[in-house]
Design a protein around this ligand. Structure first.
Ligand SMILES: *Cc1c(COP(=O)(O)O)cnc(C)c1O
Length: 228
């Protein structure tokens, strides 16, 4: 398990480096987030042993059980990123647990996060999730409301997002609705609002995302193997 995962991680890092080079970018500017959701402990232990120290989780409670209980020793040395939807009633727990929250997408949640930051004294870095495909079932602010939302966050809540995050429509590679335009849109929204970081690209499309400027890629199955 350990050697298998070590070689998977090495090959992903090599692909990141090669793609960065092709795109005229520095590989150092691209952070690999290991998406550990729904993975068994032995694979997580193997990924930790391979030197990986940035992890992404999509559910607060699952992340708590994993990183505060089973892997509490490792927790100190890793950066934990929330990449799934956040309910306002879990904002305090999320502020305590996560170093980065990537899924701010509505004013009600901004208000809850500010309160939670005051209460906990912790200020996780904030990314705003954008629903670039305008899919009704998906979280994220729609592009047409994005600029006004950023103004509100900055002026009303004194929240200054460090980055943007998107998940292009599923099956984009198969349906011919390629992910590239979604990544390009996210990059454009970030640029015109002076926002530096872009969390985009997963196992199937992280190289495309890097070409479009991703600073954080979120890789699950290509690193750990298929989820249970
Ligand atoms: C699960 C998940 C990923 C990782 O997906 P893979 O295809 O396994 O790499 C990335 N981002 C988000 C938001 C996820 O929920």
């Amino acid at each position: 398990m350990t050697t298998e995962i070590l070689s998977l991680r090495t090959s992903i890092l090599e692909r990141i480096a090669a793609c960065a080079k092709r795109s005229g970018r520095n590989a150092q500017d691209i952070c690999l987030t290991a998406v550990s959701k729904q993975q068994p402990d032995e694979r997580i232990a193997a990924v930790l042993a391979s030197g990986q120290n940035v992890f992404g989780e999509n559910r607060v409670q699952e992340a708590q059980a994993r990183w505060e209980e089973r892997f509490s020793d490792a927790r100190k040395n890793i950066q934990l990123r929330l990449i799934g939807p956040l309910q306002t009633n879990k904002a305090v727990t999320a502020c305590e647990l996560f170093d980065v929250i990537e899924t701010l997408d509505r004013e009600k949640l901004a208000r809850a996060l500010v309160k939670a930051m005051d209460k906990t004294g912790r200020r996780p870095q904030i990314f705003v999730q954008v629903n670039t495909g305008e899919e009704p079932q998906k979280s994220g602010i729609i592009p047409g409301e994005f600029d006004a939302f950023i103004v509100t966050l900055r002026k009303v809540y004194d929240l200054h997002p460090a980055g943007l995050m998107c998940i292009p429509p599923a099956g984009t590679l198969i349906s011919g609705d390629a992910p590239g335009p979604h990544f390009a849109l996210l990059a454009k929204l970030a640029k015109r609002n002076g926002i530096k970081n872009l969390s985009m690209g997963m196992s199937a499309d992280f190289e495309t995302a890097i070409e479009f400027g991703a600073t954080h890629i979120r890789v699950g199955s290509a690193l750990f193997g298929a989820r249970e």
